[in-house]
Design a protein around this ligand. Structure first.
Ligand SMILES: [Zn+2]
Length: 277
């Protein structure tokens, strides 16, 4: 039996039954567990997916000219750099290369924070590539000229922060902010992963919102019907144990909150100040 808990939730999982206790009410969520394949989104299942993929495909980088069946694996890091590093290690173990796209303007993590920056460098040291995850909705002026100016600026900041060349970007929430109408293969001297050329060349599958909207990735990889695949994995959806998508976010947010408070407590302790509660 695996137990995940925090102040706001308490989840008990065994092989057949999940009971979520919230506000003293018990809700049977077995049906949701099965319907949305909660147990697909674990580290151990991720390892199985990579092993299955390795049997049928080669892993390539964006911009490849390979004619052989291949996969391009990409991660838009929306919520958790900690989870990104956990997946990067599993990929390294399976000799797989992928690209991690980081946000400058995330509400969930700060790439300028020492411990976060160190984890991004760990991902690079494992041999993975990094790109810019660009949030178009942040900018009022949607003209092409302004887009290029803003892409140039974010690229420069990320590149100087990481001391890495940034030659690729992905749009954050592309279907809600008209980003899919921007079909250029390159902008600001970066490959646009939502460009027409890439979208026309690859079967695309994503774990957006923590469930499979069309097919399960395991079935796709096992059946081997698609020649070239672009896989988008958001690291926050992949945890050590199975849980609902929102609870995966709760876990990430709770851990970050705890870390922030620990930092405050340790600063006071180090400076021998009273920590009045
Ligand atoms: Zn995103």
């Amino acid at each position: 039996m695996k137990i995940s808990s925090s102040k706001s939730y308490n989840l008990i999982i065994n092989d057949n039954l999940i009971i979520m206790r919230s506000n003293k009410k018990n809700h049977l969520v077995t049906n949701k567990f099965k319907k949305y394949h909660f147990d697909d989104f674990t580290e151990s299942h991720y390892n199985l997916l990579l092993k299955t993929a390795n049997k049928n495909y080669k892993f390539k980088n964006f911009g490849t000219k390979s004619k052989d069946p291949h996969i391009i694996l990409r991660h838009d890091v929306d919520i958790s750099v900690h989870r990104a590093l956990a997946l990067a290690k599993i990929e390294k173990k399976n000799k797989i290369h992928s690209t991690y796209f980081f946000r400058l303007r995330s509400e969930f993590y700060n790439i300028f924070e020492k411990s976060i920056l160190s984890k991004i460098h760990d991902i690079i040291k494992l041999g993975h590539s990094v790109g810019l995850h660009f949030d178009l909705s942040f900018y009022e002026n949607k003209s092409k000229k302004n887009l290029i100016k803003n892409l140039n600026w974010e690229k420069k900041v990320l590149s100087e922060l990481l001391d890495e060349e940034i030659s690729i970007f992905s749009f954050h929430n592309p279907d809600t902010k008209h980003a899919l109408s921007i079909s250029d293969y390159r902008l600001s001297e970066m490959i646009n992963v939502y460009s027409k050329r890439i979208r026309n060349s690859y079967y695309y599958i994503s774990d957006s919102n923590g469930y499979w909207r069309y097919s399960r990735l395991f079935d796709l990889l096992k059946n081997n019907n698609e020649k070239n695949i672009q896989i988008l994995i958001h690291p926050e959806w992949w945890q050590k144990t199975a849980m609902s998508p929102r609870m995966r976010v709760v876990r990430c947010v709770d851990e970050r909150s705890k870390h922030t408070l620990d930092t405050y407590d340790s600063i006071l302790k180090a400076s021998k100040r009273k920590n009045i509660k």
